[in-house]
Ligand binder design. Sequence first.
Ligand code: GDP
Ligand code: IMO
Ligand code: MG
Length: 428
Amino acid sequence: MPSLSVIGMQWGDEGKGKVSHILSSWADWIVRFQGGNNAGHTVVFDNSQYVLHLVPSGILYPGKKCLIGNGVVIDPAALVEELDFLRKRNIEADGRLFISGNCHLIFPYHKYREAYMEKLKTRVGTTRRGIGPAYGDKYARVGIRFVDYLEDDTFKELLKRNLRGKEVFIKKFTSVTKLKDKIMKEREEILPRLKDFLADGASLLYSEEKRGKNILFEGAQGTMLDCDFGTYPFVTSSNPISGGACVGSGFPPGKIETVLGVTKAYTTRVGLGPFPTEIEGTEAEYLREKGGEYGATTGRPRRVGWLDMVQLKMAIRVNGADKMALTKIDVLDDREEIKICTAYKYRGRKITEFPLSRKMQEEAEPVYEKLPGWNKKTKGVNKVEDLPANAKKFVERIQELSGSKIALISMGRSEEETIHIEKEFAAK
Ligand code: GDP
Ligand code: IMO
Ligand code: MG
């Protein structure tokens, strides 16, 4: 298994942090390739919990190397804060963390712009980390990259141009001069902390792969938040799908042998936008409470629903995910009946492909297949044979309907609460 990507198959928060951390034991390099500190990846081991936003979760493994690839947008102040958090817990990033020089940076004016946009009727319900505006600048070719930030003259010139171009938004929050001073002052403190992490990520991965090193790509967000394939415009501004790993790191297509999709046994999403299987009432309350369904980054309650096979099949197809990690089956332990959405109904018509139309995504009604629950704790089970019979049937049914093989099952937050069906996906 020379290289592998871990990809969210739903609307984020599938448990990618837990799965990536387990697989980090096998990898030499752990690479983030898109998104920014809108991500919140929870890892629980040795009775401690860590939530990582920008730094790949591999940093929690002694000796592993981590790359923040060019596709990531970095808020420098947030990164320093995260490094401080890690340092307090005796996790040192020096010599183990590398940052691609061509990563774009997030500045306060990106957050101002987003705060302003999120007040409008057309709001997306973002994490307000400035992600969208930063990617906007990148593609408008006015962005500031990490390598630019490190050069005094280049940075001053680019900052001047950006502040001038963004005056309208900035003035709603502060004065341009004040903001410029604040950014320059912060830079003095940030530079010494970050400059030594500078790398040419693509070149680094090229030589490491040649040396036979194992590389793990840790996806953030999820397929339904993908700017191209998700429930647009209620998406994020990057490409969390497996194809994004190449673009966001400079690692060539074809070299990532395995795509491991991560899906919950049900579905959740935060923010706004269509969610065909969303449920309300006591069942929703139960799943939210039992699953601890509050966003790791924003603390907002997650919207919950049953597993959506129409959506999941699309995600498997665009990611080429022939293997999956199925997480949070324990949340369903006490349910009398479990539902899987196998199709949608739209104006009396049955649909089996996830629709592109916004109207259809919003109005699609789920068609459910019902399965009996197992009414037993799955915690502590570590072999698939030992799962309650109905839980095993549920897993088999997901494989049948999706056509993707379940390689790992998670039934709790910590590493031990995992069934490794395929040996290669087990911690070493
Ligand atoms: P990520 O963004 O995909 O890494 O996922 P998050 O960390 O944002 O959200 C997943 C949440 O579910 C975290 O609180 C995890 O600790 C927790 N979690 C992960 N796997 C399981 C599981 O199998 N069962 C339960 N009950 N919780 C889990
Ligand atoms: P991880 O990696 C869940 C959602 C936001 C919002 C939309 C756009 O932890 O799975 P953005 O700030 O990215 O412009 O917001 O995307 N979102 C996430 N939801 N998990 C995430 O990351 C998310 N990152 C962004 O809630 O709906
Ligand atoms: Mg998360």
